[in-house]
Design a protein around this ligand. Structure first.
Ligand code: GLU
Length: 471
């Protein structure tokens, strides 16, 4: 039997990193087994529904490069089918109409609370007939859950999980307004989509026992389950905003690459020996349910960052330019022109060694795209009256070069250091770096100047000289 997995997010307008990991694991398992990965949008909450919220999820999957094998289904669109199944169960005597009033239900809750028992419906309509139905009450349809014995799940991650059946109440399948509940909709959709493997957060384990009651009542085969332990914050507590970013979109705008995110999310809950760097192709080759960790994992921002640095270094330079463009625009208001693009391509090997995120890369790259429009505090410290002489000497010597190579640029810097500042190369390099980049940091400066070219270098040094002389 060919594997079919699914990702059924509720469109909340936010894609939590835990959801992204669930999607990844389902995708990997489908790709590993040569099966299918299907997406279903659980959009039955019409008050919260919006097209943009659906788009957040689809954009998230697209960014993570998790392709799916269907046109995403809408759970809401399958409503009639869910209703039909509820009525089928009713006709077969496996479900029943319950005419309890809200007051009766409230009373049941209060009694349970008073006795310190879990709140559950007392099954009072299970054996009654419709002839006893009160006037003016629209009934709900409830499943007849087994009254005795126990239920078992052979979970691929958690192992055997057992509960007594009297913990499962006769839960609702159709509400009094005729709308299907989540519990029913999920089972019907998973069955109709041919889902063989349900991999989801272990916060759904209780639901699974209920959903299995529906599978059994319908005589449908239960899927294989894998309940994934939750992701905690770095401190082991519930992962939340207070720890930092938790949404996929946030990580994207912090400059993480999708492949780094995939690698990190994979390792956050799955392992293969002590391999840390697992590119996606290898992940597809290796991924299995046995490797899923049983314990919750703590999110580690530093680890994600170091993986990101790795994938930035590995990345193709042309691709990195495309990826860094929106960051140059958003963080530095720079539109890349052809000249800057050519410089960036030449400088990218030096830049990518130094950047852990695309935000950093944009910060490092911006001097190739535009002359600095100011100087950082540390750069300003280099721009002393003494440095004016050095910069002027550099400018005229550099102007006289016929070919403008980093070897020649270096030679000139050394010569001027000897002539002007007792051979202290730093006293030449630091003002020069400030003039060229506006900062005290840059990739190898001689190479960078070669890439910028004679004209641009001249303009920047001159501008800096003017600035010092004016201030
Ligand atoms: N819509 C549910 C959620 O986002 C899906 C649960 C499931 O995988 O069945 O949590």
């Amino acid at each position: 039997m060919s594997v079919i997995t699914r990702f059924p997010p509720s469109p909340t307008g936010f894609m939590h990193i835990g959801n992204a990991r669930t999607a990844l694991f389902n995708w990997l398992y489908a790709r590993h087994t040569g099966g299918k990965f299907l997406v279903r949008i659980e959009d039955t909450d019409r008050e919260r529904y919006s097209e943009e919220a659906v788009q957040v999820i689809l954009n998230g999957l697209k960014w993570l490069e998790l392709d799916f094998d269907n046109t995403p289904e809408s759970q809401f669109a399958n409503k009639d089918r869910h209703i039909e199944v509820a009525h089928q169960l009713l006709a077969e005597g496996k479900a029943y109409k319950c005419y309890c009033t809200p007051e009766e239900l409230e009373q049941m809750r209060e009694e349970a609370r008073a006795k310190g028992k879990p709140v559950s419906y007392d099954k009072r309509w299970r054996e009654r007939t419709e002839s006893e139905a009160p006037e003016g009450i629209d009934p709900v349809i409830r499943i007849k859950a087994p009254l005795e014995g126990h239920a078992l799940i052979n979970d691929s991650v958690q192992g055997e999980v057992k509960i007594e059946n009297d913990h499962i109440d006769d839960f609702v399948l159709l509400r009094s307004d005729g709308t299907p509940t989540y519990m029913l909709a999920v089972v019907v959709d998973d069955h109709d989509m041919g889902i063989t493997h349900v991999m989801r957060g272990d916060d759904h384990l209780n639901n699974t026992f209920r959903q299995n009651v529906i599978y059994d009542a319908l005589g449908w085969e239960q899927p294989t389950y894998a309940h994934l332990p939750l992701i905690h914050g770095p401190d082991g507590k519930k992962f939340s905003k207070r720890h930092g970013a938790t949404g996929l979109e946030e990580f994207k705008s912090m400059g993480y690459l999708p492949e780094a995110m995939r690698n990190y999310l994979l390792r956050l809950g799955w392992s293969h020996g002590d391999e840390e760097i697992i590119p996606t192709a290898r992940a597809v080759e290796l991924f299995d349910l046995d490797g899923i960790n049983k314990a919750a994992s703590n999110f580690d921002y530093d680890k994600l960052e170091s993986l990101n640095a790795h994938y930035i270094k590995e990345s193709d330079n042309k691709r990195l330019i495309e990826l860094v463009i929106p960051f140059l625009k958003d963080h530095h208001n720079i539109e890349l022109d052809d000249i800057a693009r050519t410089r960036l391509l030449k400088g990218m090997d030096g830049l990518k060694e130094r950047s852990k995120t695309l935000v950093q890369l944009a910060g490092e790259a911006k001097f190739y795209c535009a002359a600095p429009n100011g100087y950082s505090d540390k750069a300003l410290k280099q721009l002393t009256p003494e440095s004016v002489e050095v910069l002027k000497a550099l400018n005229s010597a550099l102007q006289n070069l016929d070919t403008f190579t980093h070897e020649e640029i270096e030679q000139i810097c050394r010569t001027i250091a000897k002539e002007k500042v007792d051979g202290k190369l730093g006293k030449v390099m630091m003002p020069l770096r400030a003039a060229i980049t506006g900062t005290d940091q840059s990739p190898a400066l001689f190479e960078a100047i070669e890439i910028l070219g004679k004209e641009e270098t001249h303009v920047r040094i001159q501008k800096t000289v003017d600035f010092i002389e004016k201030s």
